[in-house]
Design a protein around this ligand. Structure first.
Ligand code: UFG
Length: 341
């Protein structure tokens, strides 16, 4: 029988791509999501791409009864990939309690439910945000951690809770995956990122400008100490990121301990380079204006991905052009996201 893995936040952007990668390797994902920031249509899209309609529970990780029910109905679940969480930096400043409730309390509920069910392998979606404003780049896993906003602190706190818990329960395996900047979509154009309202992140914003949903991009800051003055980030194709989860499940999860990995490419690109790549992929102009820095932003953030390469036998292979091409395929085929066109 194939390995079963519970996926929280299962219909979300990164989780849905990971589900496809898991199914392709014969792993059975069981999804739970409250659909607060994703669409149920993702399920039929996963079925289209893989031939498998995943088992789905609609509900929140704050619902302890639901979590207990899922583990009771699927006693073969061996591991949990925990993607569910709130992720908008600005919103977290406005609504810190919602962020601590969902991200921190939600994770504690999940771990308690796992403990009750005897499931001892957890892979957690952390973020490069836990490095705060790093003293230098590239960023190694051993760098000090901190945060600059409630979203960042919530990820930081969950990491802290999980490390302490694993120290008290040495037979558990906890893997903290620190994502850099996930972008791109499934190359079929059938799965993608579908932000509600005005996108916070650069690539979905560029895509909406190129398709004509928004007039122009504001480039936040052109006076950073970087080659062209704009912010530099480690953008990673979401399909590479999905493969990284599979690698973590294969190589880290079976080993007791607390494992921490950067998932990035090791290569930084500036905002202007991203615009250029997108103009090339779409054949459309992306009008932009130079605007003041966004509060809380840092100049440069990119990873050393060497540890993941060494221990997880994984590395990102998809290029910037592929990230731009696949983002555009999704945007062109789904100009209004998942909702009926
Ligand atoms: N940017 C613009 N214009 C925009 C949006 C972004 O110029 O409209 C710039 C930003 O200033 C930054 C770069 O594009 O230089 C990337 O910005 P994103 O918002 O796409 O990504 P961030 O690096 O700010 O944030 C990401 C995740 C966060 C996480 C953070 C640190 O979205 O969840 O990395 O790890 F906290």
């Amino acid at each position: 029988m194939s390995k079963k893995v519970l996926i929280t936040g299962g219909t979300g952007y990164i989780a849905s791509h990971t589900c496809v990668a898991l199914i392709e390797q014969g792993v059975t994902p069981i999804l739970v999501d409250d659909l607060s920031n994703s669409s149920k249509l993702v399920l039929s899209r996963i079925q289209e791409l893989t031939g498998v309609l995943p088992v789905f529970y609609q509900g929140s990780i704050l619902d302890k009864v639901l979590l207990a029910k899922i583990f009771a109905e699927h006693p073969e679940i061996e591991a949990v990939m925990h993607f569910a969480g709130l992720k908008a930096v600005g919103e977290s400043v406005e609504k810190p309690l919602a962020y601590y409730q969902c991200n921190v309390a939600g994770t504690l509920n999940l771990v308690e439910a796992m403990q009750a069910a005897g499931v001892k392998q957890l892979i957690f979606s952390s973020s490069a945000t836990v490095y705060g404003d790093p003293a230098s780049v590239p960023i190694e896993e051993s760098f000090p951690t901190s945060a600059t906003n409630p979203y960042g602190w919530s990820k930081w706190m969950v990491e802290r809770c999980l490390m302490d818990f694993q120290a008290a329960q040495p037979d558990w395996s906890i893997t903290l995956l620190r994502y850099f900047n996930p972008v791109g979509n499934h190359p079929s154009g059938r799965l993608g990122e579908d932000p509600q309202g005005i996108p916070n992140n650069l690539v979905p914003y560029i895509a909406q400008v190129a398709i004509g949903r928004r007039e122009q991009l504001s480039v936040f800051g052109s006076d950073y100490n970087t080659p062209d003055g704009t912010g530099v980030r480690d953008y990673i194709h979401v399909v590479d990121l999905a493969q990284g989860h599979l690698a973590a499940l294969t190589y880290a999860s079976p080993k007791a301990g607390c494992h921490i990995y950067n998932l990035g490419t090791g290569q930084g690109y500036s905002v202007l380079e991203m615009i250029q790549a997108f103009e090339k992929a779409s054949g459309r102009a992306v009008p932009y204006v130079l605007a003041p820095r966004r509060p809380g932003d840092i100049a440069e953030c990119w990873a050393t991905p060497e540890k993941a390469k060494r221990e997880l036998h994984w590395q990102a292979t998809r290029t910037l052009d592929e990230m731009a091409r696949d983002t555009w395929t999704w945007q062109e085929n789904n100009p209004m996201g998942y909702e009926p066109q």
